[in-house]
Design a protein. Structure first.
Lengths: 286, 380, 286, 380
């Protein structure tokens, strides 16, 4: 078991002929993920990575390949439409890696896909990894091993850091999910925490947050009231100045709220052990 | 990006929202001339991208053109919260019966635009939120549907606006909604929206924040950007698509990924050091970008050491290494450099850097501690 | 029992101060319907029919009165917005009497309320009547008596005709529902047939259709496959020429489809007794 | 309401859809002059609101201005399916490589706009639907979201359009979508959309149907209405907000409610009579409206009797009765009138009509049978 992706995931890559799309398609295939097709408008009928069929539209790709998950690498100005397209084609789970999508686009996307019951992960996220089963995204496969720890994170590379630190001490992950650093995204901490709580393969959870918004505070409340499994937390941005966007569009302390201190306090009050730095996480999981 | 008051109000005016007669001036004599055209009784308003201009003395009412010139001279010589005043807006003075707050912004938790209004206008909305939260009326709008007349009436009723103004208010709100949408604004705000003593609704002050990610749709706005509030290194970084924020410490940081960059700053501090900057080279950074990033870090004379923490994912370790080598060849840095390289193509990257005379580290904590030591001159 | 409205219906009248709105509010009150409030923007704080409070918005009206059903009498150019307003205010069942709403408006309305799970009856309909319990609409109360016959109809006055004919022979109705004559409306024949099939107070059903569209053909299929209760039908427009709109925006034979003959054939094939004229219906119900 | 080809194409052109060069002419000499301006090789197209103009000889290709004048003379003298040709469109002749059908219409069953396209353009879509239904590619659009590029590509691919034309096709489809929306069209159709031999996409013919209910938003369109296809009585009825359709029988009908009006016609026929018209006086009809309706019915010399069937709901029996009385006083009808009045305020209405020398009936069947008898002169 695992959450969201596994050996049965039939993955479609939107933007498969772009340089990032193709690079990571190869990495995913090498990892063992079933990449059943790719989409690049105008290039339908061709092939990517030798044996992956390219389609002009997600609709055609789904009809032909039976894809059940899509990953998006298309440029920011077209990415929102790509999400609409995947949702319209009946893809139930969409992972959007693209960074820099306007918030106005994402609000329209969210309000549209919510009514369709489609789950979106991201945008501006590293995707997710079920070690030993499927890699859907850009998390380097060799830094993680299978295990019983569920990881959910707003940050990409910080997640790698944690996976890497866990691997050093022989700890592995059931599924690792990067929810992305944008202010309006598809899936939040609570969504993933709930799945981990219900997942028999997950025994402990690592939740990585950062400054901005109130997602971590809400997650803390959820942990306190709904979760039985232990959670270890980390919040990035303790030294971040207010009013400045720390790279991620969502990582900003605004109007006095969203600081790391507030989030750490909320998590600790919910019984979460909060690490001082990422490499401290393995010891807190013991 | 932020727009100036005068830029925001010009946009509002195009969308049918009434604003005071007025023009922007760069010199006191221009301000005097505008005051003469407007009949003498004017407000001189500093155009800087910070709040609290009034308290800082950056807004003054002049009774005649000579006074306008005198105040403009004063204000154009000021710095407000560290920002020089380069322009003043000279607006016809209004006679105010009531001040209202009206703003539209993104509600990230609700995933929807939210309209906020308050009968307690004229002060900052965060202030109202603290002192009189019940005075702020909020309404979410479905972005696929847009704003409807009944929602405008709901808000008008919610702030107890007299009925005679409902229609005018509704038109202003719908105009502001179109502004917010057409410009992909993160905030479009009228504060105060005043009812004048002769019963007109006028947008006396305006503020717009534009989503930087949407600027590809608004090339004309990029030209309006006022970079006074940004450090020169931040402006330079933006040119290369880098996210750089200057801080006060002495350890330069170059990290890929915003979260990891913040965590790297945090761990430097935890290890007894002070970061000189936040720098996210982003996903899939090219060698050119990395070289630019290094030049920008080194342009800060405070920097005594550099920490490179690269965890490859969409970014490839070999590309980063090539960028570092190119930058070293060009800039010939004199400060010690600590590098930690893990993840996608990290092995290739480390091989490239093997002969570059850099301090290497395996873990982030080790890298941070070495960088702190290096900045203190304890490690080279 | 009955469907959709009964003694517990707490009705809000949108457009209560207009001449039609006020006239029919009085009729509904006289019938015994609980009219708990009215809405006319700009007239909030006043009273209609002496003791019905008027509000500026549906939201305020719902908060104050606990209304659970709304009826709309506002002019066509504002009516679509009134439906949006009622749906946004949390009204689960909206009846729109207004005629002449643009189809483009109604398509937006339908796509919006469907995602909210709100039921709309109409527009361009006479509303509905549960004899002896509640009248929500403009069906004259005195022409119907309580009984076990469920009536669903696309036509207003034709429905009265049927109710009147039934009453002459002592037959009554459980609930009578006018779904309206517009091409894009909220509730169709099948929706109501399903409710009647499940309603213990309804033993037999009268379904009144007219030319245009394919609602009756679909209803025939539903009757044949899903219904156990007997249905008597009538289709208006046997003498209507093709290509001409017979008053109702939806009543038009287009591209050779939607004729009365086709619909009658479909219904008869589904085992429905189809009356030659409205006054023949009572005898077919015996 | 229907728009003429030239009106539709002018609108398309405003939305960035390429149309042939051309102008409309009311006389043959005008047509000749336009042909001269266009270089001689032109198509003369009758502008009437019916299909099948080509088969009827209403579209002709002229090789030179003289031929254009000659054909225009012929066509301007024609009647097509009973409608006089008052205008011709003179279009530059196009050299056609492929003909495509592209239309957007309301799908009442799906409650959504539907885009229909076919590589078998140039013939009526109903014809294609019968003979080659697999050649029609359909796609529904969410009206709250609008059309997206991937949908345009989906359609382009669905009709096997060569890839080189996808971008141009996408722009045309998006333009047509905006036309459909901005004008509240029930149908916006380009047929054929041609690929010219020099590889351009041009809308050679255009058709628009506008939702009459939306005309309050489009006052400019009401002025463009061509009423040639309507009987004068239908035009007169529209002025009063009445729905009137002239038929060939001899029993005038005045009924409230479209369904009941149709049923009344049906039962007249069942009783051996023939309705002279469909007439729905609508909900809540006033006395003035009823009087106008009666004048319109009586303007038809075929009418030998009138059937009034009024079932009060939103319409009130007393108002209708007052209208009938007013009309009788004014028009002094000589034909027998059968009246049946039930429902809201029917008692008051019947009281008002008691002295008006009308034949009364209790049931609809009785009323119909009496009207049939009256029309035959068997009842007065």
């Amino acid at each position: 078991m695992s959450i969201l992706v596994n050996k049965n995931t039939r993955l479609l890559v939107q933007g498969i002929t772009g340089s990032e799309g193709l690079f990571h398609t190869k990495q995913m295939v090498a990892y063992g993920t079933q990449v059943v097709g790719g989409v690049t408008p105008g290039k339908g009928g061709g092939w990517a990575n030798e044996n992956i069929p390219i389609f002009d539209s997600v609709k055609m790709a789904v009809e032909t390949t039976g894809a059940n998950t899509s990953i998006i690498f298309v440029p920011a100005r077209f990415a929102a439409d790509s999400i609409f397209e995947a949702a319209d084609a009946g893809i139930p789970f969409i992972v959007c890696i693209t960074e820099g999508i306007p918030v106005s686009d994402m609000m329209r996307v969210r309000n549209y896909i919510d009514q369709k019951g489609v789950r979106l992960l991201g945008p501006n996220c590293p995707g997710l990894l079920t070690p030993g089963e499927a890699k859907v995204g850009i998390i380097p496969g060799d830094i993680a091993i299978p295990g019983n720890i569920g990881i959910v994170s707003r940050s990409g590379t910080l997640t790698y850091e944690v996976l890497y630190a866990l691997k050093q001490v022989g700890m592995g992950s059931s599924t690792t999910v990067g929810i992305g650093g944008d202010p309006v995204n598809g899936t939040n901490h609570i969504d993933i925490l709930r799945m981990f709580e219900d997942d028999p393969k997950t025994d402990k959870i690592v939740m990585i947050g950062e400054i901005g918004g109130s997602d971590e505070e809400k997650a803390a409340e959820f942990i306190a009231t709904k979760m039985t499994k232990p959670v270890v937390g980390f919040i990035a941005g303790q030294t971040a100045p207010a009013g400045k966007r720390m790279g991620h569009a969502g990582a900003i302390i605004e109007g006095g709220s969203g600081s790391a201190a507030d989030k750490i306090r909320a998590l600790e009050n919910a019984g979460v052990k909060v690490a001082r730095h990422p490499e401290e996480i393995p010891s807190l999981l013991r | 990006m932020k727009l100036h008051e005068y830029q925001s109000k010009q946009i509002f005016s195009k969308y049918g929202i009434k604003i005071p007669k007025g023009r922007v001036a760069s010199t006191a004599s221009e301000a005097k001339q505008i005051a003469e055209e407007l009949g003498g009784n004017v407000v001189i308003k500093s155009q800087v991208l910070v709040g609290g201009r009034g308290k800082a003395g950056g807004i003054k009412v002049a009774k005649n053109p000579d006074e306008a010139e005198q105040f403009a001279t004063q204000i154009l010589g000021m710095e407000i919260k560290g920002l020089p005043v380069r322009k003043v807006l000279v607006d016809e003075a209004a006679s105010i019966a009531q001040e209202i707050y009206l703003g539209i912004t993104n509600d990230r938790a609700a995933k929807k635009p939210v309209i906020m209004a308050s009968s307690a206008g004229g002060v900052e909305i965060e202030e109202v939120a603290k002192t009189n939260p019940e005075k702020i009326y909020k309404l979410h709008v479905n972005p696929l549907v847009g704003i409807k007349d009944y929602q405008a009436r709901d808000i008008a009723g919610g702030i107890n606006l007299p009925r005679e103004h409902w229609n005018a208010f509704s038109e202003i709100l719908k105009g502001l909604w179109r502004v917010y949408n057409d410009y992909d604004a993160e905030l479009a705000e009228i504060n105060p929206l005043v009812i004048t003593s002769d019963n007109h609704l006028v947008a006396l002050d305006g503020k717009m924040l534009i989503d930087d990610n949407s600027l590809f749709r608004h090339p004309e706005l990029s030209e309006m950007r006022d970079t006074d509030e940004d450090a020169p290194s931040e402006i330079e970084a933006r040119k290369f698509g880098l996210t750089f924020i200057k801080l006060d410490g002495n350890i330069g940081c170059m990290v890929n990924g915003a979260g990891l960059a913040m965590a790297s700053m945090d761990i430097l501090k935890l290890s007894g050091g002070e970061p000189a900057n936040f720098l996210d080279i982003g996903g899939g950074a090219s060698a050119e970008k990395v070289a630019a990033a290094m030049r920008i870090i080194l342009s800060d004379p405070n920097v005594k050491a550099i920490l490179f923490n690269i965890f490859g994912g969409i970014t490839r370790g070999d590309e980063v290494a090539r960028g570092i080598l190119a930058a070293i060849a060009e800039v010939k840095p004199k400060v010690p450099m600590v590098v930690r390289l893990v993840g996608t193509n990290a092995t290739e990257g480390r091989a490239l850097l093997a002969n570059a005379n850099m301090i290497t580290a395996e873990t982030l904590l080790e890298a941070a501690q070495k960088a702190v030591a290096a900045a203190k001159g304890e490690l080279k």
